[in-house]
Design a protein around this ligand. Structure first.
Ligand SMILES: Cc1cc2nc3c(=O)[nH]c(=O)nc-3n(C[C@H](O)[C@H](O)[C@H](O)COP(=O)(O)OP(=O)(O)OC[C@H]3O[C@@H](n4cnc5c(N)ncnc54)[C@H](O)[C@@H]3O)c2cc1C
Length: 438
C-alpha cells in the first residue's frame, strides 16, 4: 500500500488541473485515470471557448494539459481504474480495479460521467455497429453515408457539425421543436444544406442487419422510418462519481455530487470537481476552476490534519478529521495579540506556524511566562475551568493558529483517556509555571 497526501481520480481537465496545482504545491500526489488522459477532451473536435485559444482540438488541449502537469512533477497513472473509495479513520483508502490499494489524506474525485442511453430496441445490439456516442471517435467510419444525430443540446450540435464532414445527409432528431444548444451552433448546423431537423420526434427503434440500416421515429402520432448508416446519440449525461462510494455521499436527484464552495463533499477529505459535481455549467472552464479551489482547500486541510495529529497523537483519527473540519485558520502579524488575559474563553488554539509569547500581568507589569512553537496548543485552561483567560498570548513572528470552538474542543478532550491526560498535564505544568499571581 502506498501513502499519498492527495489522490486525484480522473484525468480530464478537472483532474489534470488539480494535478498541476498539487504538483506545484509540492504535495505528494498521484492521478489515476481509467483510460488515456484527457477525459471528454478526447471526444471533442474543436474547442472555441477555452480562453487564450481561439480554436484548438480537444486532443491537442488534452496533450498540453497533461504535459503541463507532468512538467511540474505530477505522477500520472493512465489505464488505472479506481474501483472504490472508503474512509479508514482520517485516511481515504483508494481501491483499484487490479486489487491494489492506496491511502491518502484527501481525495479529489473528477470522474465525469457517461452518456445517457436512449433505451430503445436495437440501441444496445447495434452499439459499435452503427450506434455511437462519440462523433469524433467514430465519425470517419461513416464517410458518404446518411446519418442521424439524436439530441438538441450543445453536444448534439457540436458533434453534428463534426459529422457534416462525412455525412451525405444528416437528420437531427429531437423530441422538442426548440433546441437547447447555443444559437451560434444552431445557426451553423441548421444552415447547412445536408442537414434536416426532424422535430418533435422520439426514437422508437434502431434496426439493420450486420450494421445499422434504419431508425424509426414517431412524429405527430405516426412512425416513420429513416434510412441511415449510423446513429449518434447525445441525449444527456449520467455522472459516475457517487458509484465509487459505498458509504453515503450527498448527491442530487440526478446523481451529481453535492459540494460546498470549496468543493468539499459531506465526507471529510473528499472533494468533487467538474462534470461529476452538481453545478450550472458542464464546461472545461468550470471544471478547471473547481479543481483549483479544491486543491487550494485540500492543501490546507492536509496540513492542518498533520498538525493536529502531531499535537494529539492519541486522539482517534475520526475525531481529528471531524475537528479539523471545524477549525478555522487565523493569521497574526508579529506583535498582534491572539488572546488577552481577562477576556472570556470561547475557543482553543493550536499554533501551526510562527511563534508566540505567553504573558501574564503581575505587580511589576506584564512578564513572559513561556513561549509557544509550532505544534503547541493553548487556550485550554479558560475553556476547561470555565474562567476568563489567565494569560495573554501574543505573536512574536508572523504566526498561524488553528482555532477550535468550545464544543469541538470538548469532543477532542473526551475522545480518549490519553488525550484527556495530555491536556490535564499541560494545564498543571502551565499553572505551576505561572506561579501565584500576586
Ligand atoms: C462532445 C463534447 C463536446 C464538448 N465541447 C466542449 C467545448 O467546446 N467547450 C467546453 O468548455 N466544454 C465542452 N465539453 C464539455 C467538457 O468536455 C467537460 O465539461 C469537461 O471535459 C469536464 O471535465 P472533467 O475533468 O470534469 O471530466 P471528464 O473530461 O469527463 O474526465 C473524467 C475522466 O475520469 C476518468 N474516470 C472515470 N471513472 C474513473 C475511475 N473509476 N477511475 C479512474 N478514472 C476514471 C474518465 O476516463 C475521464 O478521463 C464537451 C463535451 C462533449 C462530450
Amino acid at each position: 500500500m502506498a501513502d499519498y497526501d492527495l489522490v486525484i481520480i480522473g484525468g480530464g481537465p478537472a483532474g489534470l488541473t488539480a494535478g498541476l496545482y498539487a504538483a506545484r504545491a509540492n504535495m505528494h500526489t498521484v492521478l489515476f485515470e481509467a483510460k488515456d488522459i484527457g477525459g471528454e477532451l478526447l471526444n471533442t473536435d474543436l474547442i472555441e471557448d477555452w480562453p487564450g485559444e481561439e480554436s484548438i482540438t480537444g486532443r491537442e488541449l488534452a496533450e498540453k494539459m497533461g504535459a503541463h502537469a507532468t512538467k511540474f512533477g505530477l505522477t500520472i497513472q493512465p489505464y488505472s481504474p479506481v474501483k472504490k473509495i472508503r474512509s479508514e479513520g482520517d485516511w481515504k483508502v483508494v481501491e483499484m480495479e487490479d486489487g491494489t490499494t492506496h491511502r491518502a489524506y484527501a481525495v479529489i474525485v473528477t470522474v465525469g460521467g457517461e452518456p445517457t442511453k436512449l433505451e430503445v430496441p436495437g440501441e444496445a445490439e447495434f452499439h459499435g455497429r452503427g450506434v455511437s456516442y462519440c462523433a469524433v471517435c467514430d465519425g470517419a467510419f461513416f464517410k458518404g453515408e446518411d446519418l442521424a444525430v439524436v439530441g438538441g443540446g450543445d453536444s448534439a450540435f457540436q458533434e453534428g457539425l463534426f459529422l457534416t464532414r462525412f455525412a451525405k445527409n444528416l437528420s437531427l432528431i429531437h423530441r422538442r421543436n426548440d433546441f437547447r444548444a447555443q444559437q451560434i451552433l444552431q445557426d451553423r448546423l441548421l444552415g447547412m444544406d445536408q442537414v434536416t431537423a426532424v422535430t418533435p420526434a422520439t426514437v422508437k427503434e434502431i434496426g439493420g442487419d450486420t450494421q445499422v440500416r434504419w431508425i424509426d421515429v414517431e412524429r405527430d402520432g405516426a412512425v416513420e422510418r429513416i434510412a441511415v448508416g449510423g446513429v449518434f446519440v447525445f441525449v444527456g449525461f449520467k455522472p459516475v462519481g457517487r458509484h465509487l462510494f459505498d458509504e453515503h455521499i450527498d448527491h442530487d436527484e440526478n446523481g451529481y455530487l453535492l459540494t460546498d464552495q470549496y468543493m468539499r463533499t459531506n465526507i471529510p477529505g473528499v472533494y468533487a470537481c467538474g462534470d461529476t459535481r452538481a453545478q450550472l455549467a458542464k464546461q472545461i472552464t468550470t471544471a478547471v476552476g473547481d479543481a483549483t479551489t479544491a486543491v487550494l482547500h485540500a492543501e490546507r486541510y492536509i496540513e492542518e490534519l498533520k498538525h493536529v495529529r502531531r499535537s494529539f497523537p492519541e486522539a482517534p483519527s475520526e475525531t481529528l478529521e471531524r475537528e479539523v473540519e471545524r477549525m478555522k485558520l487565523q493569521r497574526f502579524l508579529a506583535g498582534q495579540t491572539i488572546i488577552r488575559e481577562g477576556d472570556p474563553a470561547y475557543s482553543f488554539f493550536i499554533l501551526t506556524r510562527g511563534a508566540a509569547s505567553v504573558r501574564q500581568n503581575g505587580p511589576h507589569g506584564e512578564r513572559e511566562i513561556s513561549t509557544l512553537k509550532p505544534g503547541d496548543f493553548f487556550g485550554e485552561i479558560g475553556l476547561l475551568s470555565g474562567t476568563v483567560r489567565n494569560a495573554t498570548v501574543r505573536a512574536t513572528a508572523p504566526t498561524e493558529v488553528l482555532e477550535l470552538d468550545a464544543v469541538g474542543f470538548r469532543e477532542l478532550v473526551e475522545s480518549s483517556q490519553a488525550t484527556k491526560d495530555r491536556v490535564q498535564s499541560s494545564i498543571e505544568q502551565r499553572l505551576a509555571k505561572a506561579g501565584p499571581k500576586t
